[in-house]
Design a protein around this ligand. Structure first.
Ligand SMILES: C[S@@+](CC[C@H](N)C(=O)[O-])C[C@H]1O[C@@H](n2cnc3c(N)ncnc32)[C@H](O)[C@@H]1O
Length: 273
């Protein structure tokens, strides 16, 4: 067995099943990195006589320990390579000797754009133009009110608002930088309003169409909220994420490269499968 194979075998055997606390994947990833430090330190003490102080092994060893701890914490599988690479990349970055303020600025920028992605599990990615054009086909021929839950930089709403001046478009966004950008870029469009706030706090009863491009995580909650609040004939439209256990009224495949699927529902009327 290779060195890494034996290491995995022993770590897997001797690290207890530590998945005792309900934690978000992000917190598990941090916990794995922290727990990896003493484990890697202990391994270095053991292998010290044969190791010879080779510094290049530190990053991979820390990453390997963090990935194994993450595995024991039952972290989602796509976090494992992140845990594996993080220490080596951190050590590489430290080697660049960049001023600390640069890292702080980078981190601050990411926070302002992605906000509480660790909590909400909804990152920023934008609907494309083909999707915007498909959404236009779902708008009724008469004036209506359209809400985008988590409107990002507002690009989608600008496209729709300019194409349908007879309708009213509202977007809500909680991440400060996308919200500010959306607000500034939309200031001159009379039928478009960008609000700052949490999508879970906006009542849905005033809208004919409610659009969500979120992630699979909030879909059950969104369904419950929509059932409670949306008007009987109002349409809930989800880009890419179906609602578990609920049959959509319609599924449209957008003619784009990622074969985006648009699911629509009448929250008061959709049947459970
Ligand atoms: C995948 S992006 C979609 C952006 C836009 N709707 C579009 O289709 O181009 C999801 C957006 O929802 C925002 N978001 C996530 N959770 C939110 C919340 N609880 N309240 C408001 N906005 C939220 C994110 O910041 C992000 O900008």
């Amino acid at each position: 067995m290779s060195m890494w194979g034996s290491l995995f075998f022993y770590l897997h055997r001797f690290i207890p099943a530590v998945n005792i606390l309900p934690m978000s994947p992000f917190r598990k990833a941090i916990a794995a990195q922290i727990l990896a430090l003493p484990i890697a330190y202990a391994i270095i003490q053991i292998i010290q006589p044969r190791w010879g102080g080779e510094p290049g092994i530190l990053g991979p060893l820390l990453g390997f320990c963090a990935a194994t701890v993450g595995y024991k914490l039952e972290i989602p599988s796509w976090w494992i390579p992140i845990n594996l690479a993080f220490p080596s990349l951190t050590l590489l970055a430290l080697g660049l000797h960049l001023p600390p303020v640069l890292w702080l600025t980078g981190f601050g920028g990411l926070v302002l754009v992605f906000w509480r992605v660790d909590k909400n599990r909804v990152p920023l990615y934008l609907s494309n133009e083909a999707t915007a054009n498909t959404l236009l086909t779902l708008l009724p021929p008469h004036p209506c009110r359209f809400l985008d839950l988590g409107c990002g930089d507002g690009r989608l709403l600008r496209h729709l608002a300019l194409a349908r001046p007879d309708c009213e478009f509202i977007g809500i966004e909680h991440a400060p930088l996308p919200w500010l950008w959306a607000r500034l870029r939309s200031a001159r469009i009379a039928n478009l309003q960008i609000r700052h706030g949490d999508l879970w706090n906006i009542p849905l009863g005033l809208y004919d169409l409610v659009y969500a491009f979120l992630s699979s995580d909030p879909m059950n909650g969104l369904w419950e909220k929509s059932k409670r609040e949306m008007k009987p004939h109002a349409l809930l439209i989800s880009n890419s994420f179906p609602i578990p256990g609920v049959s959509p009224l319609q599924v449209i495949e957008v003619p784009d490269r990622r074969h985006t699927r648009i699911y629509s529902f009448h929250p008061g009327q959709a049947k459970n499968i």
